[in-house]
Design a protein around this ligand. Structure first.
Ligand SMILES: NC(=O)c1ccc[n+]([C@@H]2O[C@H](COP(=O)([O-])OP(=O)(O)OC[C@H]3O[C@@H](n4cnc5c(N)ncnc54)[C@H](OP(=O)(O)O)[C@@H]3O)[C@@H](O)[C@H]2O)c1
Length: 441
């Protein structure tokens, strides 16, 4: 196999430009490794006149239309690096498969929504649909799940899959600065978009989790089944309480096989400080896999950034050049399980519940009674005199709400929700409760 692999790159932004630079830099070593030259022969982007930092596009045919690039006879492998679940990215990938081209993409939104249909189409034509860069950027977690763990039944997978959120939480914890300040800093440093909703409200993590869940459990991708909560309501008080109780707060994506089906959830999570994942700070990502043979495996690395993400894209291009065509989700699509969705209400685990309790007689006894009625056992209760109470009335009650934190033993989400609804109706709390799930080791 000495014919060059002719690569068409659709999208010349952060990742696309890095892919082209790395292929130029590593070209010789790559061709020795895969046994043939790898050449970028075609590119597409929106604006041909844009300054791309001296990116060398000589020898590449320019396509104004990525779909035309995908259909071009001058391309064997289409690398989609534009983004978006639908529109031009989907059209390009579909056109490439229809035209018999192997596809490499970093597009988690596209895969989360159309991954199964695209995998079926690629499989029917014996083509590659490779997406190492789509989840956790530079961490080779897709290959690890798809190729390195066939001896294992995976019980649970969890990860820090969004560097923006991890940066914000790390910064809040280290510098005791509020969420809004940490977010502004993340935006200033280019870690967060001008509109950060997609990252901070957990949707980006949900897309990546859906991809990893399919690979880990051999199940059809089901992004709509993911329960999603973001980090925007995490306060400095929660971080301080977590610290006091031996935890850190991370935005985790968690997938677990339970007796009610596969649970997929994204939410701020208390993780014991002793765990590997709790040590992961700043923009870094991490994924932990709990499986029967390997026990626990944690991969840590850069989850985003041009070169780190391009590292994963180029690994996929190398596979295509070597003629490796694995089923995209680890097994043929008709052998992927259509798994039951485990409802969030049936989730079982420990909970951190912070209440702003009215400083009046009987309020706390009423709360304890509601928890007991719902069958919830409390592991610990931490009561903090509020600053207002401490300053206004050092001798007794001030009427200002008092922060009370309850840590529960393992209990069902439905029981927690029911108890909190009753506590709210009793009129003993001054603001909506803060609920953070605790992830066991
Ligand atoms: N950035 C990361 O760290 C990272 C990490 C993991 C995965 N990813 C994924 O990688 C993909 C690319 O991300 P990115 O950060 O490189 O994006 P980006 O910097 O915004 O670049 C997008 C590129 O796509 C081109 N494009 C957009 N719409 C187009 C259209 N209709 N026709 C032709 N070209 C079009 C743009 O052209 P112009 O340059 O002319 O505007 C630009 O070159 C996304 O799926 C993203 O989720 C990114």
């Amino acid at each position: 196999m000495t014919e060059p692999l002719r690569v068409g790159v659709a999208g010349l932004g952060t990742v696309g430009a890095s892919v082209i630079r790395i292929l130029a830099r590593q070209g010789k070593s790559l061709s020795q490794r895969v046994g043939r030259p790898v050449r970028v022969t075609a590119v597409a982007a929106r604006d041909r006149t844009k300054d791309r930092g001296g990116l060398d596009l000589s020898g590449c045919e320019w396509f104004a239309s990525p779909v035309e690039l995908a259909r071009s006879g001058a391309v064997d492998c289409v690398v989609e690096l534009m983004g978006g679940a639908d529109g031009v990215a989907r059209d390009t990938v579909e056109a490439a498969i229809e035209a018999g081209k192997d596809v490499v993409t970093a597009n988690k939104a596209l895969l989360a929504k159309h991954g199964l249909a695209l995998a079926r189409a690629a499989e029917a034509r014996g083509l590659a649909l490779a997406f190492e860069a789509s989840a956790a950027g530079g961490i080779p977690v897709v290959k690890t799940l798809r190729e390195a763990l066939p001896a294992n039944a995976v019980h649970r997978l969890y990860g820090i899959l969004n560097g923006t959120c991890n940066y914000i939480l790390s910064r809040m914890e280290a510098e005791r600065c509020p969420f809004e300040v940490a977010l502004r800093e993340a935006q200033r440093l280019g870690y967060a978009e001008a509109d950060p909703t997609f990252d901070i409200e957990g949707y980006d993590t949900a897309h990546k989790l859906a991809i990893l869940t399919s690979l880990a459990f051999g199940a059809e991708i089901d992004a709509e089944a993911v329960y999603v909560e973001g980090i925007s309501k995490i306060t400095l008080l929660d971080l301080a309480m977590a610290d006091e109780l031996g935890y850190r707060i991370k935005l985790l994506g968690v997938a677990e096989r339970t007796h009610t089906g596969i649970e997929q959830r994204v939410h701020p999570t208390m993780v014991p400080k002793s765990t590997a994942i709790a040590q992961v700070m700043g923009v870094m990502n991490a994924v932990t896999v709990d499986a029967d043979a390997v026990r626990e495996l944690t991969l840590i690395g850069p989850g985003a950034g041009g070169d780190a993400t391009a590292s994963a894209v180029v690994a996929d291009i190398a596979d295509v050049a070597s003629g490796l065509r694995r089923p995209p989700f680890g097994r043929p699509t008709d052998r992927l399980e259509r798994a039951e969705r485990a409802p969030m209400q049936r989730h079982e685990g420990g909970y951190y519940i912070r209440l702003a309790v009215s400083d009046r007689p009987g309020a706390f006894a009423g709360i304890a009674a509601r928890m007991a009625e719902a069958g919830i056992s409390l592991e610990s209760i931490v009561q903090r005199r509020s600053e207002a109470a401490a300053t206004q009335d050092p001798h007794g009650r001030s009427g200002a709400p008092v922060p009370v934190v309850l840590i529960t033993y393992a209990t069902e989400e439905a029981a927690v929700r029911a108890a909190l609804e009753k506590i709210g109706a009793d009129g003993v709390i001054a603001e909506p409760p803060q609920v953070i799930r605790i992830e066991r080791e």
